[in-house]
Design a protein around this ligand. Structure first.
Ligand SMILES: Cc1cc2nc3c(=O)[nH]c(=O)nc-3n(C[C@H](O)[C@H](O)[C@H](O)COP(=O)(O)OP(=O)(O)OC[C@H]3O[C@@H](n4cnc5c(N)ncnc54)[C@H](O)[C@@H]3O)c2cc1C
Length: 462
């Protein structure tokens, strides 16, 4: 069985590794990548002892799909976990950094939600189910919890998508929230139900484990990277795979004579049994897919990152925790800051504080392409004013990812419909950032599904 995977980003490499883990010979899998390097959005840069990422900073260790994927591929033994302080997160609220609540008790006492809004949240279980079609994330939260959470939702959506909560589709970007509402008529009731089920499941696993070993199950760390950054993980995934760089796929058709797909590229054609597209919806513009014509563009958030490295004594006390996000109503130059050297101390030299400032996104699209010195100077000013830095950084570097973050906005259903047509009517497999999700853990889950489907159809035909 010959399989072509289009794209050597996380999605393509994850799919290839899981196929190999299910017994598909590595020689039967070819990955075609139009760039001169692997990794797609995941690129790590090394400067003066600092390790910088232009795309994702880390994989989410607590996500079941990601954990399972790392275990199967042997990467779990190579990861470096984040420090536990990563659970401390802040939001800029009325000009001041405030700790975000981490549970129901701290939500009751936090000053980032007003007393009136807290009372309104308690009414959520009694709000009627929505039956009227698609809703934006902002409308959904306002309808169920009141408008007092607007700033938190705005900041959260900025942190995940670099997006606008008024435009993102609740149904396609966060379908699990709609599911909770459908399941129990309330996000709170549904959330409690899911948490109880997860607790029972964990207890069952613990009991099973106790029968075979005396060891207690370890709590999974929140985030993972590698000693040399995320690209090291990508390089481990790429080992022993046939990856052809600088090859752009330009067409896919089905050959009725030999019952195989013909994949056309700038470097020649391939006849194969299975095709996996592992690239974002916008990259289909350059591929002639059968007799189809898909011309819908998915908006993208361009993000620039400014890394600043300080001597620890530049701060009254070095920033602790994950970092902070800034709602658009606070009108700042940056979107937020991650405290990299506190999350992963090994990514900075000893006694240095490494910060990652995010700039741009859907709300400030032009800022991501401003000249580097403008980005750096504005970021230094923000750190001085928000984190009381008394000295300038000794290290500055601007990094930009090779692409943007696709926005799963209202109307995204037609993009998903197109994916379904390709899969159900034309028999090819489609994954990649921006179809049904954007995070690496979501894409690990998609890779599992595709591999299962390929294995099943292979077994049915043999
Ligand atoms: C700034 C930023 C921060 C992020 N932060 C996080 C985070 O903290 N956590 C997280 O989980 N995720 C994060 N993400 C998302 C994460 O980067 C993606 O989930 C993941 O990298 C997507 O991988 P992919 O393989 O689907 O797509 P890509 O990385 O885009 O790879 C697709 C590949 O396909 C290739 N390709 C496209 N068209 C063709 C063609 N016609 N022929 C051949 N090759 C082709 C491209 O060149 C590319 O290499 C972030 C993204 C950005 C931009």
């Amino acid at each position: 069985m010959k399989i072509i995977i289009i794209g050597a980003g996380f999605s393509g490499l994850a799919t290839a590794n899981l196929l190999a883990a299910r017994g598909i010979p590595r020689d039967d899998i070819i990955i075609l990548e139009k760039n001169s390097k692997i990794g797609g959005l995941i690129q790590t840069h090394h400067h003066d002892g600092y390790v910088l990422e232009s795309g994702p900073q880390a994989f989410r260790g607590t996500a079941r799909n990601m954990h399972e994927f790392l275990k199967i591929t042997g990467l779990l033994e190579k990861v470096v976990p984040s420090r536990s302080t990563v659970n401390i997160r802040y939001i800029l609220h009325q000009g001041k950094l405030k700790k975000l609540p981490t549970g129901p008790l701290s939500a009751l006492t936090t000053s980032v939600i007003s007393f009136k809004s807290k009372l309104r949240i308690l009414k959520e279980p009694f709000v009627k189910r929505w039956e009227d079609g698609e809703e934006s994330v902002a409308d959904f939260v306002r309808r169920r919890f009141g408008s007092g959470l607007d700033h938190l939702v705005d900041a959260f959506v900025t942190g995940v998508y670099g997006g606008n909560h008024e435009k993102l589709s609740l149904d396609h970007a966060f379908p699990q929230l709609r599911q909770l509402e459908r399941m129990k008529g309330s996000v709170i009731r549904g959330g409690l139900h899911v948490a109880r089920q997860a607790k029972k499941q964990r207890k069952r696993q613990d009991d099973d484990q106790k029968k075979t070993t005396k060891k207690k199950r370890k709590k999974q760390p929140f985030l993972y990277t590698f000693q040399k950054g995320l690209k090291q993980g990508i390089e481990l995934l790429a080992r022993n795979l046939d990856i052809q760089l600088n090859v752009t796929v330009t067409g896919i058709e089905f050959n009725e004579k030999n019952k195989m797909y013909k994949v056309t590229t700038n470097m020649g054609d391939h006849d194969v049994d299975n095709v996996v597209i592992a690239a974002n919806p916008n990259s289909l513009g350059e591929i002639q897919l059968f007799d189809l014509n898909f011309d819908q563009k998915v908006p993208e958030a361009r993000i620039a990152s400014v890394y600043l490295g300080y001597n620890a004594d530049a701060f009254p006390s070095p920033p602790k925790g994950y970092g902070f996000l800034i709602p658009s109503t606070e009108n700042r130059f940056i979107l937020g800051i991650q405290f990299i050297s506190d999350i992963f101390p090994h990514l900075a030299p000893p006694r240095k504080v490494l910060l990652r400032c995010f700039i741009g996104g859907v709300r400030q699209p032009d800022r991501a392409s401003l000249p580097n010195d403008e980005l750096v100077n504005n970021s230094i000013d923000e750190v001085a004013s928000l984190l009381s830095a008394k000295k300038d950084p000794e290290f500055t570097q601007v990094v930009r990812p090779i692409g943007g973050i696709p926005q799963i906005e209202l109307g995204h259903g037609s993009v998903i419909k197109y994916k379904e047509i390709l899969e159900q009517e034309y028999g090819i497999h489609v994954t990649g950032i921006g179809w049904t999700g954007i995070s690496t853990d979501h894409l690990a889950g998609e890779a599992f599904k595709i591999v299962e489907s390929i294995i099943q159809s292979h077994q049915a035909s043999s």
